[in-house]
Design a protein around this ligand. Sequence first.
Ligand code: DHB
Ligand code: MG
Length: 219
Amino acid sequence: PTPDAWTRVDHYLTETLVDQDAALGAALAEQGRAGLPAIEVAPVNAKLLHLLARIAGARRILEIGTLGGYSTIWLARAVPNGGTVVTIEAEPLNASIARANLDRAGVGDRVDVRVGRAAEVLPTLAGDDPFDLVFIDADKESNTVYLDWAARLGRPGTVVVVDNIGRSGQVADPHDTTSQVVGTRQGLEMLREDPRFDATALQTLDRKGWDGIALAVVV
Ligand code: DHB
Ligand code: MG
């Protein structure tokens, strides 16, 4: 199969199963207008996150890596009234675009956008109620740091999702020692070795190409 083939299938599946309203379209348009990269999760994966949150009955969600807030809108729409999404974004411009996108989507009241390096923001979240779902989608070099915080800020049963674990096959190429790939591999090894997690991973093929997600539960 060629990129054209799986992109066509991705669009077909999206059109068939994923309702994208005007607010989601506007979020992507505004993100593009502001010059942010179009590296948000594909719609089918955004809906997977949304469904995982609903299946888990998540009321408190943590997202590491907001970008323009596209996945954040999907997560915020999965929590019941009174629920919360805390999303961490290192780049102030991204955070301000996300803030406007979330408000336009009508979920601004349930989303707390924290601007700063996640490694610095995460310790400030300790002591609040545990998160029910954590989505890790930021700098891949820090995946082990973020997984450690996911375990600390979660509870037994917390769902953890890590984006971009396939990286066009680079993850399984021992000659690839770029920092993002090494960080991704270290995250996967931590999911295997750290007794706080039980995990698996899936390859994905969509409009963004060949990649994957890891899915874990906090033990
Ligand atoms: C990149 C980051 C992502 O989170 C993603 O989903 C795709 C690409 C990147 O940094 O290139
Ligand atoms: Mg990603």
